[in-house]
Write a protein that binds this ligand. Structure first.
Ligand code: ZN
Length: 208
């Protein structure tokens, strides 16, 4: 297994529609294993194939204690109305925003062996943010970034700070999509932003 480099916002693979998978081969199975390892190493809740540079309709996600992979996913049921919750994205590290999502969805597709699967996903104590995650990842397959759906006034940089006792805390610093885009384009994130080192290297050290 291998940890794959995560593509960062601005990379064209993230904003194009990914292609359906006709045949599931050893290549897809290896990709899924690597995607799971990559997601776990970055402590993410989900990861879509375009985020590792592969424009195929595949994503992996956490649902409670379990990790699943879905090929050619489709949401067949949306329930529970929309609820606004905070989201982040491994391809836009250091940023957080509030996005309305359906509380409960049913997603179908195929697993790594080609077997038809169906998962009921619900945001809540048991499954974490599984429903939100599925909607976020399927958006990736359609070339849609969560900031496109975010409530404008909620978009914030995550800044590292300290409270009165000197304990490290994360402070939300309101910003807007254009400022974030500009920072990523210039490959310079604001000083003091909360980004894992491995991703900071990807952003500030990447070659053009
Ligand atoms: Zn994402």
């Amino acid at each position: 297994m291998a940890i794959l480099p995560i593509r960062i916002w601005g990379d064209p693979v993230l904003t194009k529609r990914a292609e359906a998978v006709d045949r599931i081969t050893a290549e897809e199975r290896k990709l899924i294993k690597d995607m799971i390892e990559t997601m776990e190493s970055a402590d993410g809740a989900g990861l879509a194939a375009p985020q590792v540079g592969v424009s195929k309709r595949i994503f992996v996600f956490r649902r409670g204690e379990k990790t699943h992979a879905i090929i050619n996913p489709r949401i067949v049921k949306r329930e529970g109305g929309l609820k606004v919750g905070q989201e982040g994205c491994l391809s836009i590290p250091g940023v957080q925003a509030a996005v309305p999502r359906h509380v409960r969805v049913v997603v179908t597709g195929r697993d790594a062996r080609g077997k038809a699967v169906e998962y009921e996903c619900e945001d809540g104590d048991e499954q974490g943010r599984a429903a939100t995650c599925v909607q976020h990842e399927i958006d990736h397959l359609d070339g849609v970034m969560y900031l496109d759906r975010a409530e404008v006034e909620s978009i914030s940089w995550l800044m590292e700070g300290e409270d009165e006792d000197g304990e490290e805390i994360i402070i939300l610093d309101p910003t807007d999509v254009e400022a974030i885009k500009a920072a990523y384009k210039a490959r310079r994130l604001p000083r003091g932003i909360h980004v894992p080192d491995v991703l900071r290297e990807r952003i500030e050290g990447r070659k053009s």
